[in-house]
Structure formats: structure tokens, C-alpha cells
Design a protein around this ligand. Structure first.
Ligand code: MN
Length: 614
């Protein structure tokens, strides 16, 4: 072996104990003598001892000496052995970051540590100021105290990179640092830390590479976009950015929202921070309209700006599921843009390309040649698994519930049903979907975060799940029967020139109002019954009120969003808006123009291709 290959290290000026490695040989300097050995400095701050039994030659103070590290004791003392090597190569040791990673704090209770990270939240309590710090490994709180209720380090702001020295304590069963000193990093120091955290967060946010729950060509093609949105969501969690999830208030929308909720909430809990962080960092809210209404964005912004000012929270990431891909969402998206809110969409409604300029991600089967048969609940569950694979067993039945709830006719529906057939029959899934719709009706704008878990059997209390679903289904069916016996006799019928059977029902005067089922679902139930009575024929059902109509169809090649756009141009003063899926949707108009709008609509339906597959 060539002697010049022997490597000897010289400690850089900033290095400390964390940079010393057992077994390596360093160039030191003799600092002083004791009767048991020689003290050797590796740099200004690191010193060790060559016990006299490990000495090879005699030295004078300040002489160079080669020492091999035998051991680093728990108290930080370094045991050295003198070595004599005639020829060697010297390498400088650069200072590694000596900051402790936040994920390691649990093992350092009672010790004083140095951490580096970004301020993700600043909360003033009646006692200390609580800084929530994020680094590449996790999230923890640092408490700084000057005087009860007085803001400590007022110069430190949200988003600053800081270095904190303090003792690690346990508070309410969670790790916290009692700040002795907080330094705001500036210039290159801040850049170095920010860069390190960014790179590590980016890697950490990368979703796991796992196969889909079921075979699906369409979803396979959506995988890159699903991975992209999962990564954005994981990053938000790891950097303590609040998340607002808005979803359509039906069974499919609820399934998509709840699947993502389970993944996000468990990931928030895993990554540290406050014990109730999952409650204030994640909010799920149903949207009554089938799009992100101005009312929704206004409420969301109202809360977000207050939380920002009051609790020093970051502005949120907005996730829209079973919603968010149409022109109708634009006004809200423009408002969100003013506040720099990133929005991502997981939807299966026919998308309008114009929304994409407002979105940071958009999962939609239409982008890859699929259609609404791949429901939002299916997509949401697959994205949820990418966010946190640990929740898979909890949520794997949600796509089946979503599929039957939205009457999917895609082959994936059967595959998702087969996936869970040992635990849930198709009828079970239909019952759960109906129970979700019924419960959501009474929840109105509330998310029912805990209640909905029983309906979906996520709590492990299967007995309560069964009782609850059975009662909700019974209540829903009674209400539907009531509604049908009142409505069905008033349905008007005509055969259109394309052969489609058209049925009209005024749900305003021939159905119970302000109760379950609401107009949309009432029209759907009427449509189902008419489809059965006219098996083999194309069927269109229009349920209308004073200023709206809901459409359901079978065997008719409609494009409702396109019809709505055309009617808007053709009927000036109609006040027309709306959309939905191609064959299921709704339209709004001004009351005084109802007859014109309805006859225009029927005219359009009568000229599209209709016919049942033989
Ligand atoms: Mn849906």
C-alpha cells in the first residue's frame, strides 16, 4: 500500500464535536500536560486527551501532533492515541451544520440544543410567544418569554429563517424548546439554511411510488398529475401551511374529501407540532353549489386572513374536489388569486381549459381521454394514498361508495366494488352513499368531521356504523317515498322528434320544499323511476323551479355545459348560467324568462342524437 494514501484530517475553524469521527486521524496541537497525559487541540473549540499509555513520543507545547480518535465519551471527552505516520495526505474538514434536526428533539429532553428553521407560525399566548418552526425533518414549537402576554422577539416574522438555542422540554406531552436565544438569519446564512430545508422538504414531499388500488388505464395516465398534487399537499403539511378542502356536498364529493382528510390529518399528526394542529391546519367544508361559489371563497378568505393576523398562520392551500374545473369557478379563483392562494382541483366534471391558469394542479379524467365515470371519490382516494399510504386500509372502500353514489358506469366501478366485496356488498355501498346524502342534508354547511366517520365506518365502531346507516337509509327512503307519491302524478310527458322521452316536473309546486330530498335529488329519483318504466328508450327528465332546472338523461348525447353557453347567447336577458356533467347538470335563469329558457332547452335536447345501445 502506498503511504501517501493515508489520509489525515485537519479540523476547520467552525467545526465542533459533531464533526469528529471515531477512528479517523487528525492533525492536532499540543495544548498542555497533566501527569496522566497530554491535552491536544483539534481546533479552537475541540480538545482531547492522549493518555500517557497512548503516547509515542515527547512533545513541547504548541507542537503539531498526529492523533487517532479512539472514543468520544457521552460527556463529550475525546480519547486520543498518538500515531506516527511518515507520509500522508491532509484533508480539511468542513463544518457541518451543527443544528439538531427537529425530528430528533424527542430524544434530547433536558438538553440545550441549537436548531435552525423557518418560522411557520407565531402565536402570542397569555404567557409566552410560541414560534412554530419547520425544518427539513419536522415541525416543533419554541416558546419565548419576556413578560406574560408580551410578544418576544417582535422583529422575528413569519417566514424568517432563524437559529434558536434553548432547552428541550416536554409540555402537555409534546416536545417544546424554551428559547434562550433567537437569531434571525440574514444574507448567506439564511440562504444556506433555506436552501438546505427546501431541498430536503422537496425530497420528503415526494410521494411513495405505489400502484393504484385497481387496474385503470385512465387513472394510470393521471398518475403523474396525481403525484404532483399529492406532493403539493405533502409539502403544505410539512411546512405547516393550513389546508382548506372544499368539496361538492354529495356522497361522491364527501368520499373524495374525507379520503384526503384522513391522509392529511394523520400526516400532520406524524410530523409534530401542536397536539391539535390537525384541527386548525386542516378544514374541510362542503359547498352547496356544484362549484366554488363567491360565498365559499369569501368565507374561506375571512377565516384565513383572521387566522393570519391573529394566530400568525400562513395563508392556506385550497383543494377543490368534485368541483372546481368549470368556468363557473372563475370568479372565486380570481378572488383567491388576489390573495395568492394556491388552488388545486381533483374533479371529474367536464373541464373548461380557462381554469387551469388559476390552478397549481388539476386532476381530471377528461384531460387524459376519460370521463365522469372515474368519480371524484375514486380520484381522491388514490391521491390520499399517495399523500399517506398508511391510511389505505381505512379508506379503500370509499371509491366503491363514491362510484355507486355518482352512478358511475365506468369499468372501475365494478373493480372498486370487487376490491372490498368481502366487507361491503354493492347494496352496503349504496346504503352508505344514501346515508351520506341524507346526513349531509341535515348538516347543511357543516362538515360533520367526526359524525361522517361513523357513516363511513372509519372509527372502528362497526356496530354504531351499522345502526347509523340503517337509520339514515330508513329516514331517507321514507322521505323519498313521500316526495315521489306527491310528485310522480304531476310529471308531464312528451316524445321528442329524436325519439327521446321527455318528462317535466315543477318541483317548486309539486314537491315538498326545504326537506329531503332537495330538488336535484328529487328530479334524480323521478328520473330513475321513469327510466325503469321506459326501459329501452332514451329518457330525459327536467325538474324545474321558478329560476332553475335540473337535468338527468339516459341514452341522449347531450352536452349540458355547451347547451347552457349557447342558450346564454341566444336568449338575451335570460340571466342564464350553469353547467355540470355532459348528461347531468343544472341551469339557472331569471324567473320571468322561464318559459323561453325551458322551450329553448327542450328544442336543443330534441335535436341531439338519442337512442339506446341495442
Ligand atoms: Mn361527483
Amino acid at each position: 500500500m502506498n503511504d501517501t494514501n493515508i489520509m489525515v484530517y485537519r479540523m476547520g475553524p467552525g467545526c465542533d464535536l459533531g464533526d469528529v469521527e471515531v477512528g479517523k486521524t487528525y492533525i492536532g496541537r499540543v495544548q498542555g500536560f497533566a501527569n496522566f497525559g497530554t491535552f491536544v487541540q483539534l481546533n479552537d473549540r475541540i480538545k482531547g486527551l492522549v493518555h500517557k499509555s497512548n503516547a509515542r513520543t515527547t512533545h513541547r507545547e504548541r507542537e503539531s501532533i498526529l492523533v487517532k480518535v479512539l472514543n468520544i465519551r457521552n460527556n463529550g471527552n475525546i480519547d486520543l492515541e498518538e500515531v506516527t505516520i511518515p507520509v500522508y495526505t491532509v484533508e480539511m474538514v468542513e463544518k457541518k451544520s451543527t443544528a439538531v434536526r427537529l425530528s430528533e428533539l424527542g430524544g434530547k429532553v433536558g438538553r440545550t440544543v441549537r436548531i435552525e428553521g423557518e418560522i411557520a407560525q407565531i402565536k402570542q399566548t397569555s404567557g409566552p410567544t410560541i414560534f412554530t418552526i419547520v425544518d427539513e425533518s419536522g415541525t416543533e414549537n419554541a416558546a419565548a418569554f419576556v413578560e406574560a402576554g408580551v410578544r418576544a422577539y417582535p422583529e422575528a416574522e413569519l417566514g424568517d429563517m432563524v437559529r434558536i438555542v434553548g432547552e428541550v422540554m416536554m409540555r402537555q406531552n409534546q416536545v417544546q424548546i424554551e428559547v434562550e436565544n433567537l437569531t434571525i438569519l440574514a444574507g448567506e446564512d439564511a440562504e444556506v439554511v433555506r436552501d438546505r430545508i427546501e431541498k430536503a422538504l422537496d425530497m420528503r414531499a415526494e410521494p411513495a411510488d405505489i400502484p393504484l388500488l385497481v387496474q385503470s388505464e385512465v387513472m394510470e395516465r393521471l398518475r403523474p398529475e396525481m403525484r404532483k398534487v399529492a406532493k403539493i399537499i405533502r409539502r403544505a403539511v410539512f411546512s405547516s401551511q393550513p389546508i382548506i378542502l372544499r368539496h361538492h356536498a354529495d356522497a361522491d364529493g364527501i368520499c373524495s374529501g374525507v379520503a384526503i382528510e384522513q391522509a392529511v390529518v394523520s400526516l400532520i399528526r406524524e410530523s409534530g407540532g401542536d397536539y391539535d394542529a390537525d384541527y386548525f391546519l386542516f378544514k374541510r367544508a362542503p359547498s352547496k353549489a356544484p362549484f366554488y361559489e363567491i360565498e365559499d371563497i369569501t368565507r374561506d378568505l375571512d377565516f384565513a386572513t383572521k387566522d393570519h393576523v391573529r394566530y400568525g398562520q400562513k395563508m392556506p392551500l385550497v383543494i377543490l374536489t368534485d368541483n372546481g374545473s368549470t368556468e363557473e369557478d372563475l370568479p372565486s379563483m380570481k378572488v383567491a388569486q388576489v390573495y395568492d392562494l394556491p388552488i388545486l382541483v381533483i374533479d371529474h366534471h367536464h373541464p373548461d381549459a380557462i381554469v387551469d391558469q388559476f390552478l397549481v394542479g388539476h386532476v381530471n379524467p377528461y384531460h387524459v381521454g376519460g370521463d365522469f365515470g372515474i368519480t371524484a371519490g375514486m380520484l381522491g382516494t388514490e391521491v390520499a394514498r399517495l399523500i399517506n399510504p398508511a391510511v389505505e386500509n381505512l379508506i379503500r372502500h370509499l371509491p366503491a361508495v363514491a362510484g355507486v353514489g355518482d352512478r358511475s358506469e365506468a369499468p372501475e366501478r365494478a373493480r372498486f366494488l370487487a376490491l372490498v366485496q368481502d366487507t361491503y356488498t354493492e347494496q352496503d355501498c349504496k346504503d352508505i352513499a344514501l346515508a351520506l346524502d341524507y346526513q349531509q342534508f341535515w348538516l347543511r354547511f357543516n362538515d360533520g368531521r367526526e359524525l361522517v366517520k361513523d357513516v363511513l365506518n372509519l372509527t372502528g365502531n362497526t356496530e354504531r356504523h351499522r345502526k347509523m346507516v340503517a337509520l339514515q337509509v330508513e329516514g331517507a327512503n321514507l322521505a323519498i317515498q313521500d316526495q315521489m307519491s306527491a310528485s310522480m302524478p304531476h310529471v308531464r310527458h312528451q316524445t321528442l322528434k329524436n325519439g327521446a322521452e321527455l318528462f317535466l316536473l315543477d318541483v317548486e309546486i309539486h314537491a315538498h320544499k326545504f326537506t329531503f330530498p332537495p330538488p336535484g335529488k328529487t328530479s334524480g329519483e323521478v328520473h330513475d323511476r321513469l327510466c325503469q318504466q321506459h326501459a329501452g328508450s332514451p329518457v330525459v327528465t327536467i325538474g324545474f323551479g321558478p329560476d332553475f332546472a335540473v337535468l338527468r338523461s339516459r341514452g341522449v348525447m347531450m352536452n349540458i355545459p355547451k347547451m347552457v353557453r349557447e342558450l346564454r347567447d341566444e336568449i338575451p336577458g335570460g340571466g342564464i348560467s350553469g353547467g355540470g356533467h355532459l348528461v347531468v347538470g343544472s341551469i339557472k335563469f331569471v324567473e320571468g324568462m322561464r318559459e323561453e329558457v325551458l322551450s329553448g332547452l327542450i328544442e336543443k335536447i330534441s335535436i341531439v342524437q338519442a337512442g339506446m345501445p341495442s
